[in-house]
Design a binder for this molecule. Structure first.
Ligand code: AMP
Ligand code: MG
Length: 338
């Protein structure tokens, strides 16, 4: 397939064009508050198959289904615990995905053969309009080639999908920058399967929260994981990424003694003035780091980096989401300096 990919604006007319593509069984790039998604009618197996093909996504990695309103959830899921509704009232629309038993109208290809479905109600205006104008539940994984850093601008989507999809809606930079928090429910308890902008601390108001150990630990070969995305190396630029876990002084000392051809630092903004090797900083606060992470990882590809030494983010608050993505980008390669 070699198409001319059209860059659409977020005007109602352009979103209507995109909605027509979705309703006719096509796929389009869609901005959301987390990252850009590759959108298709969640109930159309042929349309969803196009997403897997365009991304090169493994068939056993399920897609999240995006809906307009909380009242739509029961059309696509059943046995929804009360706690799920309480959590939805608080965080939806927003960067939260709830894994629930799926109704048969969701085809197996969308849920990758699981009997559950991840449901999210996005807050981004363009995404909400696309759902409403198309009249469809929208299946959408991140709009990157599988394994690459997720896209947080329309240009990122173009870089990965140009010629493979008919259109991308440009909705500007994604404010959150990392994918949604994914949770499931286990007899009154809330399990976090993927950390994001909605935090364990906030969810704990609604019940006991379990942070799945595969958020910070690699799954062994063939080990069963509760969320298929946990198995894959992900979010990776072509360069080898190594996380350096240490304070500012130790980090700077490390990078300044490990320079070489194609070697880059990925420091906090406040470290950058002290780095004597080429550096692309990724912010100081966890929120800045979440918003910049994927753009910075993609920059390393553009400049032909071979080795990147990233300073380890704080592993609390939104920092847990940043750490989780960086660990996968680094293939769990981390050097602790004390
Ligand atoms: P992406 O669409 O690229 O943000 O990836 C979505 C991720 O959500 C997948 O990789 C899964 O790890 C997780 N997910 C989606 N649906 C389910 C489900 N039914 N059960 C468990 N995890 C899910
Ligand atoms: Mg993804």
């Amino acid at each position: 397939m070699d198409l001319e990919t059209e860059l659409l604006t977020s005007s109602d007319d352009d979103i209507k064009k995109a909605a027509e593509i979705i309703a006719a069984g096509g796929i389009v790039g869609m901005p959301t508050e987390t990252v850009y998604g590759l959108a298709a009618d969640a109930e159309n197996a042929d349309a969803v198959r196009k997403i897997f093909m365009a991304k090169g996504r493994p068939q056993d990695n399920p897609l999240i289904v995006h809906l307009a309103d909380i009242s739509d959830i029961s059309d696509y899921a059943y046995d929804i615990p009360d706690i799920a509704y309480k959590i939805a009232e608080r965080f939806c629309p927003g960067p939260l995905t709830m894994v629930l038993p799926k109704r048969d109208r969701i085809p197996d290809i969308t849920s990758a053969g699981l009997d559950t479905v991840g449901i999210r109600i996005p807050s981004h205006k363009a995404a909400r309009k696309l759902i409403k104008f198309s009249g469809k539940a929208i299946a959408a994984p991140s709009a990157n080639l599988s394994g690459s850093p997720s896209p947080t601008t329309a240009i990122h989507v173009m870089n990965d999908m140009n010629g493979k999809i008919p259109a991308v809606i440009d909705g500007g930079s994604c404010p959150v920058g990392v994918e949604s928090t994914v949770i499931s429910f286990e007899s009154g308890k809330i399990r976090i399967l993927r950390p994001g902008f909605v935090l364990a601390e906030e969810l704990s108001e609604f019940g006991e929260v379990i942070i799945d150990r595969h958020i910070t630990e690699a799954a062994d070969n063939g080990e069963k994981v509760l969320s298929p995305g946990m198995k894959y190396k992900h979010y990776s630029p072509k360069a080898n990424v190594t996380i350096i876990d240490g304070d500012s002084e130790h980090y700077i000392e490390f990078v300044n003694s490990h320079g070489g051809e194609g070697v880059f630092a990925m420091p906090f903004d406040s470290d950058e003035p002290f780095c004597r090797i080429p550096a692309v900083p990724y912010g100081d606060t966890c929120e800045e780091q979440a918003a910049k992470l994927f753009d910075v990882l993609r920059k390393f590809d553009e400049i032909g980096a071979k080795q990147v030494y990233a300073r380890c983010p704080a592993v609390s608050g939104v920092g847990l989401a940043v750490y989780n993505r960086l660990l996968r980008a680094a293939g769990f390669e981390i050097i602790k300096i004390t």
